[in-house]
Write a new protein. Sequence first.
Length: 205
Amino acid sequence: MILFGGVSVTLIALGACFVILLILFGWIAGAYNGLVQLRGRYKNAYAQIDVQLKRRYDLIPNLVEVAKAYMTHERETLEAVIRARGAALGANQNAAAAPGDPNAMQNVAVAEGALSSSLGRLFAVMEQYPTLKADHQMNALHEELVSTENKIGFARQSYNDAVTVYNTKRELFPTNIVAGIFNFNEAALFEISDPVEREAVRVKF
């Protein structure tokens, strides 16, 4: 009877351990899957930024070509826009491949800020060319660019919101343990630090 009782206690203990391990595994799996879902959300949010940025990059060469016909003495300004576009395009490609990566997000933020600044200078110079301001194609490009800038702003806000939710979740105990074990690293926001560069391109034709 003592042996039988000992066997029973052992089985109960093993059963209890199994249940505890099962519960622990379920919690780990739930925490892991939750982080995966939140990471997927901010990556999908950056994909929307990528779509709008590519649209912006496609519009800029057309805008420069139209402006070039009128602004024959503003070669340096036009070339600065094209250079800034190229840098921003490359930075965005890296960020799109690794959304949330601190270096990639910092580089794209800097490049986008520089592009906005160069466009701002171009539009300021355009004010001196009434015939360019009256050009139908330029006005159409302007409207499309403004619309795209607004969409970029909304997409960036959605991305930053998704990143904030993910970062908050990965920092909370005890989910932070799972985040550390499975390398769920902190994601970087898409922020443009210069207050002037934060503003979307504005053109008053």
